[in-house]
Design a protein around this ligand. Structure first.
Ligand SMILES: Cc1ncc(COP(=O)(O)O)c(C=O)c1O
Length: 462
């Protein structure tokens, strides 16, 4: 069967995520037959380099033989067991390994099924901890402008991307919003650290006014991903940790997207030398194989729930697949690769190759704000670079780039006018050069086309 056949069958019964389904009257779906390493292959035999790690999850390539072997061995032994009242070897070993890798003081691991449900756990745990401490008034959260924390109700509440949250506003608890430390907001003469300090002043004011009713501050450390790879200086996190301590408010670090080496260190928080009260991990946790998330916290928080007499002081949250053995086993195999291949160090050469490939783009008339943190690089497409005038979202230039790149065998998924690269950690310097050069060709084609080509479609989304 061809791509077209599979697409026709798909559209009868499959409702796709983050998609206005009517778009597929014009935009072909890409049915993938198999994946191998960096490459995805469709049913017409065309191959695509996965430049976005399939929504930021894949670390060591598709159908990785080592991960496959670990998975199949685990499947032959134990695929899953209820984690309430029972336990198993993979989850014990994974928890030990994560605690050894995490910033100091994070000693307990609570598992959930995906990023958003991990965020729900962190929010609930923070609120519940304050309740157990006889501070039931601490029920609010502070989140940053342009934040993204997922799409379940609690997570969407602290998300600041109206495209995703506006419709559901009646269901959401509105958080307090602090200014984003996004380095691209720097004013004339300001450094990235200056922007971070300026944003921190806004956060400080919120904490001063509201700490008595605030359970936690939640942030995406170093990169606000879904808002368009907005990057910021680690000083913000150092100052934030200090302010949260001073005001008696928890700090939740959502490292769902940036954990496991994306920012150049194993965890982004390391660059600010801080330990959050809650560290939320998912995506790269299982190297892109299976949905799993974990909330890591301290013994101090854990002890607040520990009580002989009162069940309700315990954290009664549960998911059927909590601590799934297959997911835990593949996560362990992924950590083995990190250790054996010294991946964080090896990625320094990859990051440098990305920086070198991007350097000539500074002269491109429509590429602005080139930025990079570790293994994540991004830039904005602008109509007029001198004034930084963006393309109108209705022109859907990002979508046109997606299509032009796909035609050339490269999977990119621009967020609005932001083009970014977040490849798996098996990419070579030569493949990086090809990826960036191909992206530029795609951009040139997309920007040369009349805007009306795609103007009938809605905004292009993450
Ligand atoms: C920072 C961040 N938090 C939370 C999530 C939600 O994770 P999931 O899509 O697994 O629910 C994402 C997903 O992109 C994310 O980037």
């Amino acid at each position: 069967m061809s791509n077209a056949d599979w697409m026709q069958r798909d559209l009868r019964h499959v409702w796709h995520p983050c998609t206005q389904m009517k778009d597929h009257e014009q935009l072909p779906l890409v049915p993938i037959r198999r994946g191998q390493g960096l490459w995805l292959e469709d049913f017409d035999g065309k191959r695509y380099l996965d430049g976005i790690s399939s929504w930021w999850v894949n670390l060591f390539g598709h159908a990785n033989p080592e991960l496959n072997a670990a998975l199949s061995q685990q499947a032959d032994t134990l695929e899953h067991v209820i984690l309430a009242g029972f336990t198993h070897q993979a989850i014990i070993e994974l928890s030990e390994r994560l605690v050894a890798l995490a910033p100091p003081g994070l000693e307990k691991c609570f598992y959930a099924d995906n990023g958003s449900s991990g965020i729900e756990v962190a929010l609930k745990m923070s609120l519940h901890a304050w309740r157990n401490l006889n501070k039931p008034e601490k029920t609010r959260f502070i989140a940053l402008e342009n934040s993204y924390h997922g799409e379940t109700i609690g997570a969407l509440g602290v998300t600041d991307i109206p495209l995703f949250s506006e419709t559901y506003k009646p269901m959401l608890q509105a958080p307090l919003r602090a200014p984003s430390p996004d380095a691209s907001l720097r004013r004339e003469g300001e450094t990235c650290a200056d922007v971070a300090r300026r944003a921190m002043a806004g956060m400080e004011q919120l904490l001063q006014d509201h700490a008595h009713e605030v359970a936690a501050v939640i942030v995406e450390p170093l990169i606000q991903g879904a808002a368009g790879m907005r990057m910021y200086n680690p000083i913000y996190l150092t100052l934030l940790r200090e302010a949260c301590d001073r005001h008696g408010v928890h700090l939740i670090a959502d490292e769902i997207a940036v954990g496991f080496g994306r920012t150049g260190t194993f965890f982004a928080c390391e660059q600010a030398n801080i330990s959050p009260d809650f560290l939320v991990l998912s995506k790269g946790l299982t190297a892109g194989y299976l949905p799993m998330s974990v909330v890591m916290t301290s013994n101090v928080i854990y002890d607040i729930f520990y009580d002989r007499y009162e069940t309700l002081r315990g954290f009664l949250h549960s998911h059927s697949y909590t601590g799934n053995a297959l997911a835990a086993r593949v996560a362990l195999a992924s950590l083995d690769i990190f250790a054996r291949d010294d991946v964080i160090v090896a990625n320094q050469a990859r990051s440098l190759a990305m920086a070198q490939a991007l350097a000539p783009l500074h002269d491109h008339p429509h590429i602005h704000h080139i930025r990079q943190t570790g293994m994540v690089a991004a830039f904005d497409l602008v109509r007029d670079k001198a004034n930084g005038t963006p393309y109108d979202w209705r022109e859907r230039r990002g979508l046109a780039v997606f299509q032009a790149a796909l035609k050339r065998g490269l999977l990119l998924r621009p967020i609005g006018n932001v083009v970014y690269f977040m490849p798996p950690y098996i990419i070579t310097a030569e493949q990086i050069r090809w990826m960036v050069a191909t992206a530029v060709e795609a951009i040139n084609e997309a920007l040369a086309a009349p805007a009306s080509d795609s103007a009938e479609l809605g905004p292009s989304i993450a």
